[in-house]
Design a protein. Structure first.
Length: 118
């Protein structure tokens, strides 16, 4: 899930290292949301972030389809950006790095770049 040098294309596969990086980011989100990050948030928002982060943390590279893994990651990333705290934005960058979204940082992503035609 990294960008291809020389173009805006995003690889449409995942490697064990990509998944490991997403799992580290997801576990960090789970720790944060259970602590200070969840304070003052609506229960529905906490549940959404927790559900998608947990799915990533428990994902297996051979059993979890690429599109499902990426959808969970983009959902968590977008929620972190909407929260717009220092810690949530830092964690969102972790997802950007693991997803290879270097040129797309900072804003919510409504369509996965890996699904766009080359």
């Amino acid at each position: 899930m990294t960008t291809i040098p020389g173009g805006p294309h995003v690889r449409a596969d995942t490697t064990p290292l990509d998944l490991e990086r997403l799992q580290v980011a997801a576990r960090a989100v789970l720790d944060w949301i259970r602590g200070e990050g969840g304070a003052g948030l609506e229960a529905v928002r906490v549940e959404q972030i927790t559900r998608h982060a947990r799915a990533l943390a428990e994902a297996c590279v051979h059993a979890t389809p690429f599109t499902a893994t990426r959808a969970h990651a983009l959902t968590v990333r977008n929620e972190l950006i909407v929260l717009a705290t220092e810690q949530s934005l830092t964690l969102a960058v972790w997802f950007d790095d693991a997803l290879g979204l270097g040129a797309l940082r900072g804003g919510a992503i409504t369509v996965d770049p890996a699904e766009l035609p080359g």
